[in-house]
Write a protein that binds this ligand. Structure first.
Ligand code: HEC
Ligand code: HEC
Ligand code: HEC
Ligand code: HEC
Length: 445
């Protein structure tokens, strides 16, 4: 039987199984940190100088122990609450008719560790923003055991530590705020009030967070290892799942003439009329002047499928096109089509669980992404952006396997710089420049 994180007796095993069947969730998924039962003790509890608050990494410790300093000085999650006090947030709050951003649940749910009062320990401070326990889970039960160092990682997880090392669970965690889920969502209403556009790729964002952990031999022994390409592939497939789940949910579709606009490519509505970007895309099949769903993650999931199971990739292509067609018909057509695609995507996720990408498959995915990009399949900004982050993850994976030279200044790395430049400013993005950059990258490989 699959692992069930909170079942220590038969009564709760039964309850868990029942719950899993009822809610159709994956049995092994633990609750996300804000929904767990444990008390959140506060960043101060983790930040002692002999715990995670050391100035320099400890020499003989399995973990770095300076995680707090990295988080506080370099990781913008430590600023997530304080940005709610700035002028941009004040304006957003005013436009939404909120008393203030820093007291509004809608903002705090993504910009802080907004657990209920009863789950806040003595040293908990909401102003800590997205702190340790927002990602690692309330420390009430695992605090003691994990400090002792005598307990396995698995035991800590049973004590409420969230399994952030598992790319699937990590993606579910990050995407809860960087895309949204049933509990919270960055709607077009929030964006219309002035909130920035969101986009996410698990492998890239894990690196630029920046990482406060080191995947060395000892890490791999404790937690296993996932390559950049696996992290990317699982991240995209899970983002597709989360996107399609929201797209098919009546919660996001109930009001007004249009479906939730945050599901669409922002630039299919927002760009200067002087700049004419429209081009026909086979994979979409829409007429000029149509708004297009943001298919950035689905396009990448299809690239993953193309090496994992070619038949499945073909089905995904067909159903994705059908989804774009449905978007021109009705909300119910979108919902039922999204559900079909969701089923195929789940098959892909299941296949990925045991799939290992070797050098040649990784290279094949990279070449496919370049080829399909040049053929004009990722022309919308959201798709182009995902393709560039994908290539970065894929090249990092190939570099780690010694298959390419991806050092700064190398031809591939310079090709990537050009690509990043072509996407540098979304408001002045010109698809032709993106394609030119892809062509010169193809030469560099
Ligand atoms: C679904 C989660 C979510 C919700 C709800 C949300 N935000 Fe955000 N917000 C984010 C994420 C994620 C980012 C970072 C985006 C990035 O850089 O990729 C962000 C970025 C921002 C930024 C820009 C920060 C910077 O460093 O420039 C501001 C300002 C902001 N949010 C304010 C608000 C306010 C005010 C509210 C409430 C009305 C709110 N947010 C609600 C997730 C959310
Ligand atoms: C935005 C989410 C996030 C926040 C905030 C965060 N972490 Fe992490 N942390 C991660 C991820 C992802 C990993 C890497 C996967 C893993 O090993 O679990 C990680 C890894 C770790 C590790 C494991 C290193 C190892 O070698 O096993 C420690 C220790 C850690 N974090 C401590 C902290 C502390 C202390 C804080 C607060 C100061 C913090 N983290 C804040 C996401 C986060
Ligand atoms: C509780 C909500 C939440 C969770 C969970 C979360 N983030 Fe964030 N993240 C935010 C917010 C809010 C910001 C913007 C903070 C700011 O700008 O001050 C942000 C910013 C970032 C940024 C900086 C983006 C930029 O444009 O510079 C990165 C990178 C990032 N997050 C990665 C991750 C990763 C990786 C995970 C999962 C391990 C994760 N986040 C989990 C809310 C969250
Ligand atoms: C179907 C078309 C459509 C799509 C798709 C769309 N928007 Fe909008 N957006 C609008 C309209 C209409 C307004 C209101 C413009 C106004 O009041 O002048 C607006 C307003 C905005 C504003 C405020 C502009 C202002 O003048 O204050 C922002 C920011 C914004 N949208 C961001 C986004 C983002 C980010 C996305 C993608 C997630 C997106 N929009 C997708 C139609 C769209």
């Amino acid at each position: 039987m699959a692992k069930c994180y909170r079942c220590d007796d038969w009564a709760s095993v039964f309850a868990c199984v029942l719950l899993a069947i009822l809610s159709n969730t994956v049995l092994a998924s633990p609750p996300l940190p804000p929904s767990g039962d444990d008390m959140h003790l506060g960043v101060a509890t983790c930040a002692g100088s002999t715990c995670h608050g050391a100035i320099e990494p400890f020499a003989n410790s399995p973990v770095l122990q300076n995680e707090f300093i990295t988080w506080q000085r370099k990781d913008s999650h430590s600023e997530a609450y304080s940005v709610l006090l700035n002028d941009q947030s004040k304006r957003i709050a005013r436009n939404l008719g909120l008393k203030s951003a820093q007291t509004a649940k809608i903002c705090l749910d993504c910009h802080a560790d907004n657990v209920p009062d009863g789950k806040r320990g003595k040293r908990f401070q909401i102003s800590d923003g997205v702190g340790c326990e927002t990602c690692h889970g309330g420390a009430e039960r695992y605090l003691g055991s994990h400090v002792s160092g005598q307990v396995t990682h698995q035991k800590n997880i049973e004590g409420g530590l969230f399994p952030t090392e598992d790319p699937l669970e990590r993606a579910r965690l990050c995407l809860s705020c960087h895309l949204g889920n049933d509990d919270k969502f960055a709607t077009h209403r929030i964006m219309g009030a002035g909130h920035p556009r969101l986009s996410f790729e698990l492998d890239t964002f894990t690196a630029i967070q920046p990482a406060h952990f080191l995947v060395d031999d000892d890490y791999q022994e404790r937690k296993g290892a996932w390559s950049n390409v696996q992290t990317w592939a699982i991240g995209q497939t899970l983002a597709t799942r989360q996107y399609l789940q929201q797209l098919s949910s009546s919660k996001r579709m109930d009001k007004g003439l249009f479906p939730e606009l945050a599901f669409f490519d922002c630039h299919s509505c927002h760009h200067s009329m002087k700049q004419q970007r429209w081009a026909s895309r086979d994979s979409v099949g829409l007429e000029p002047g149509s708004i297009r769903l943001n298919d950035g993650n689905i396009l990448m999931a299809r690239e993953v499928a193309s090496v994992v199971d070619a038949g499945l990739a073909k089905q995904i292509s067909q159903q994705m096109r059908a989804l774009h067609q449905a978007s021109q018909q009705s909300k119910s057509a979108i919902q039922s089509q999204a559900k079909k695609l969701l089923g195929l995507n789940q098959q892909l996720l299941d296949k990925l669980a045991g799939y290992k990408f070797g050098k040649s498959t990784t290279l094949k995915v990279a070449n496919n992404v370049i080829k399909h990009g040049i053929a004009g399949q990722f022309l919308d900004y959201s798709g182009a952006e995902q393709s560039v982050m994908a290539l970065d993850a894929l090249f990092n994976s190939l570099k780690a396997q010694g298959a390419i030279n991806y050092a700064p200044g190398s031809p591939v790395s310079m090709g990537m710089d050009k690509l990043y430049n072509a996407l540098g400013d979304e408001d002045t993005y010109v698809p032709e420049r993106y394609i030119t950059a892809l062509k010169s990258l193809r030469k560099a490989i």
